[in-house]
Design a protein around this ligand. Structure first.
Ligand code: ATP
Ligand code: MG
Ligand code: MG
Length: 587
């Protein structure tokens, strides 16, 4: 892949590689902690990035940005990208999420085993090291145990205009702090009774530097370490250490972490000064978040949609989760192309589904087989059938290419009979100007079949049209010498009634009616789109009778559809509409 220029991180990496800053990186920590690092020695001149999800939910399109960025930079510069589970928050984390995250990173086409070595890590494997690092800070007078109540801590933290106030526990001796911290570890204090804090500067203009929390007491079973610990490191303490232990060179995170960078550097320098970590240390860089319009991309809000059953699950095809987008029918190629097209900037980006749909069409246009489907069926009766062919049982064989430009995909075979399904909109009793399909007296072609002339329609007692009537124009079958003997402007799609497959087809629209559903603190549930899912019974051509789940098609004139990976089965077909042939969304 050719590096693109709309990525300021590339300039930084190229500068660093030129300066040889990644050379000679050595792991200087306790060897036990480095057991799963390859020998503690870094290949010279290699960058190392990481994708560090917290396994507390399913990945969404924003994560795809981070995945493609981190793995993509490693690929482009001959480096290595780690998949690291940032699992320091036991109550919310589950094995189910670990498995789902791995599956989706792979689905997007990335490999944390590149070069035959596993680069899969768990932050929880560093708990021993983190604990020792905390004791080291205490010994150095750089951390203390604070027994203020959470309310007191909050009040004493101050705000943007007011400096914070020192905790009364801030002046304890290292010995006292060490004893207290060990009591915390040994389960002698209740959850929330006290925390370990860094001792930095309660008057710092950066509130993140006002003695941030490092460890908390939490009796919770961890998916990896079980009940071994009742204290857990805070994200802000754990994350820099994880990066340093893994010898990450460029630690990329979203903009909201910019104010955390001073602490990131403070902590790593303190630990490197003590010989616990090796220099050069990783460096944090921030980039803008990636959002899709008309959805929300916050795990908490997505979980709420699932828990309150506004959607059918994390993999509901309307969800911006990767499992949802996969189920909807989006391809990894389209997702990657979309996130890569946006580059990397210092501002948060909002992208439209229409952009993603453009990449989806570009991906599927050349490879999805075509098929006929009637989504809003009305019957068309060919009233001169017996007269022409002798019997209602007679069927006319018809053929169509599976793909107009990919002959290898072969031919679709189907038959025309006296009754066919057509789209309701393909008949008008009184045709508007420029309408070339069926109306009394007009001729149109049944695609891949005959030209027919419309003679009228049948109605029920309420005046609803129950059938359209037409006669076949003899000798006009597609592919025969007479096909062009009669000129028509309208071509309509159809499926014969005698061989049509009834299928459930799910038509999706935006999940929310507002472009930024949660903007300005709005309750995003108030702007849910009540019409975001419509289910119809459609008629499909017989070649679709035995397709595998997850197969994608272009239903002629309708757009791209996929056999639903969960509900579709032979005998009970279920298809999802991925997107139309053109962008039909209007603002
Ligand atoms: P959320 O806010 O949705 O819960 P998160 O940031 O808490 O997401 P993590 O699992 O911690 O989720 O994220 C893993 C990585 O993905 C982080 O490096 C994070 O910065 C990145 N990331 C998350 N959301 C986005 C986004 N919308 N755009 C770009 N990167 C993102
Ligand atoms: Mg997070
Ligand atoms: Mg978050």
């Amino acid at each position: 892949a050719k590096p693109v220029s709309n990525n300021f991180l590339r300039a930084i990496i190229e500068r660093d590689l030129d300066a040889g800053l990644t050379q000679g990186r050595k792991f200087a920590g306790t060897p036990g902690d480095a057991a799963h690092h390859e020998g503690g020695q870094v290949d010279p001149a290699r960058i190392r990035t990481r994708f560090p999800p917290e396994p507390n939910g399913y990945l969404h399109i924003g994560h795809a940005k981070s995945i493609c960025l981190n793995f993509g930079l490693a690929r482009d510069y001959g480096g290595i990208c780690h998949l690291r589970f940032d699992d320091t928050n036991p109550e919310k984390e589950e094995q189910e999420y670990v498995d789902a995250i791995k599956e989706m990173v792979t689905w997007l086409g990335w490999d944390w085993n590149a070069g035959g070595t596993s680069h899969l890590f768990f932050a929880s494997n560093y708990f021993d090291f983190m604990y020792r690092a905390a004791e080291y800070l205490i010994e150095q007078g750089l951390a203390y145990v604070d027994e203020q109540t959470p309310d007191e801590m909050r009040a004493n933290r101050g705000d943007f205009t007011t400096p914070g106030k020192d905790s009364p526990f801030r002046s304890r001796t290292p010995q006292e702090n060490l004893a207290r911290f060990r009591e915390m570890r040994d389960g002698q204090h209740a959850d929330g009774a006290m925390i370990l804090r860094a001792r930095i500067d309660m008057a710092s203009p950066n509130i993140n530097m006002r003695d941030p929390a490092l460890y908390r007491i939490r009796r919770a079973t961890h998916h990896n370490t079980g009940d071994q610990w009742c204290i857990y490191p805070m994200y802000t303490f754990a994350h820099p250490i994880e990066d340093a232990l893994e010898r990450i060179t460029h630690s990329l995170c979203t903009l909201e972490f910019e104010d955390q960078r001073p602490f990131y550097d403070w902590l790593l320098n303190a630990l490197a000064d003590g010989g616990l970590l090796a220099r050069p240390l990783p460096h944090q860089y921030e980039f803008g978040r990636f959002n899709l319009s008309y959805v929300v991309t916050s795990k908490r809000k997505l979980k709420q949609l699932v828990d309150e059953q506004h959607v059918t699950g994390w993999d509901d095809p309307r969800m911006p989760t990767l499992v949802g987008m996969r189920r909807r029918g989006y391809t990894p190629e389209a997702v990657r192309a979309m996130v890569e097209s946006t580059g990397v900037t210092k501002t948060n980006a909002w992208l439209e589904y229409s952009v993603l749909d453009g990449y989806l069409r570009a991906d599927l246009e050349g490879k999805a087989a075509r098929a006929s489907a009637v989504l809003d069926p009305v019957k068309l009766k060919l009233t001169n059938w017996v007269e022409l062919f002798g019997s209602a049982e007679h069927k006319e064989a018809c053929h169509a290419p599976a793909h107009p430009h990919v002959p290898e995909l072969g031919t679709r075979n189907f038959t025309l009979g006296p009754d066919v399904w057509i789209e309701r909109e393909d008949f008008q009793e009184v045709a508007p100007k420029g309408y070339h399909r069926l109306y009394p007296g007009n001729k149109a072609r049944l695609k891949y079949g005959y030209i027919v002339e419309c003679t009228g329609c049948e109605k029920d007692e309420n005046g609803n049209i129950t059938a359209v009537l037409a006669t076949i124009v003899p000798d006009t079958k597609s592919g025969t010498p007479g096909a062009d003997s009669v000129k028509v402007k309208g071509v309509i799609t159809w499926v014969s009634a005698h061989e049509a497959i009834a299928a459930e087809v799910r038509l999706y629209d935006r999940l929310f009616t507002e472009e930024q559903p949660d903007a300005g603190g709005r309750d995003f549930l108030e702007v849910l789109n009540p019409g975001s899912k419509k289910v119809v019974t459609a008629y499909l051509e017989p070649s679709l009778s035995a397709v595998a789940a997850d197969t994608k098609f272009q239903f002629e004139r309708h757009g791209y559809f996929v056999a639903d990976r969960v509900d579709h089965r032979a005998g009970k077909p279920v298809f999802n509409k991925i997107t139309g042939l053109r962008d039909n969304f209007t603002k």
